[in-house]
Design a binder for this molecule. Structure first.
Ligand code: SF4
Ligand code: SF4
Length: 279
């Protein structure tokens, strides 16, 4: 069973929910696809880490073979090639490694070279496999790193919890492609609801079943309740605003291991999700 945990913005509690869900499930893989800011490992503190470098292919122009026809520059829809001093020049940061330019070149003046863009680390915290995608600073797209992290296989009967990037960009779409269910984490505020609507639109477009976890709830926010009701989005769990949870988070602890109420909450959440997936 693959579960994606999403939120409209950073700081909503997406990693908190993902980490606690994976620890509660025990037979689980936690996949951190928030590759620009992978924080789950700070709480899970995985052991036995093995790192794999991730590469993309970058076009390289052999000047002596180039006849200056500009076909490659005109073809590149990402504007990653520019014609400078009668030769094509590649901007690595915006290249999407689609390979089109090398295929179109009539003189085979372009060949592709490997370029490192990040790392996928694999370790474990007891029975929980911890997979962390890490994008190198300055890279434009984390999709290849996410793709590699998601190649993880869970043990029989296990659950994969995917901690998605915040927002609704293409990295989020990549993270939720093959999931069975999406958990949307939201704070009960006007700003929280605004961002939540964008993520809800994305999972609806992808036709993924979803439910809501309301985090840091100190009061019922009427507009959020009505939005969920109108769109028939089930509220899976309400995590109360509690000083103790902030204290556990501040020292990088795992709340379901240190707070009895949170332990029960996540155990019930896990059962609820299993029922939702089987519907
Ligand atoms: S590989 Fe694709 S994105 Fe990169 S420069 Fe060539 S055509 Fe453009
Ligand atoms: S397509 Fe090939 S020959 Fe034409 S400008 Fe690009 S590199 Fe040069």
């Amino acid at each position: 069973m693959k579960i994606a945990v999403l939120s409209g913005k950073g700081g909503t509690g997406k990693t908190f929910v993902s980490v606690n869900l994976a620890v509660t499930a025990k037979n689980a893989a936690y996949i951190d696809c928030d590759v620009e800011e992978p924080n789950g490992r700070l709480f899970l503190k995985p052991k036995n880490i093995k790192a794999e470098e991730i590469f993309t292919l970058l076009p390289h122009v052999l000047e002596e073979k180039c006849v200056g026809c500009r076909e490659c520059v005109e073809l590149c829809r990402f504007n990653a090639l520019s014609f400078i001093k009668n030769k094509p020049f590649v901007f690595p940061e915006v290249c999407h490694s689609c390979g089109a330019c090398s295929r179109v070149c009539p003189t085979q003046a372009i060949y592709e070279v490997k370029r490192p863009i990040g790392v996928v680390e694999r370790g474990n915290r007891g029975s929980v496999e911890v997979v962390t995608g890490i994008l190198n600073i300055g890279e434009a797209s984390g999709v290849p790193v996410i793709h590699k992290a998601l190649e993880t296989k869970t043990l029989s009967g296990g659950i994969m919890v995917i901690d998605c990037p915040p927002g609704s960009a293409c990295t989020v779409m990549e993270s939720v492609q093959s999931v069975d269910y999406c958990i949307l984490v939201v704070e009960p505020t006007a700003f929280g609801l605004h961002n939540f609507k964008m993520v809800y639109e994305l999972v609806s477009l992808l036709q993924k079943p979803c439910g809501v976890v309301i985090n840091k709830e100190d009061h019922a926010y009427a507009q959020l309740e009505s939005f969920c009701k109108e769109n028939k989005i089930p509220v899976l769990c309400r995590i109360p605003y509690k000083e103790k949870l902030a204290q556990i988070g501040a020292k990088a602890g795992v709340a379901c291991e240190e707070d009895e109420e949170t332990k029960k909450l996540f155990s019930t959440l896990l059962d609820t999700i299993k029922m939702e997936v089987e519907k």
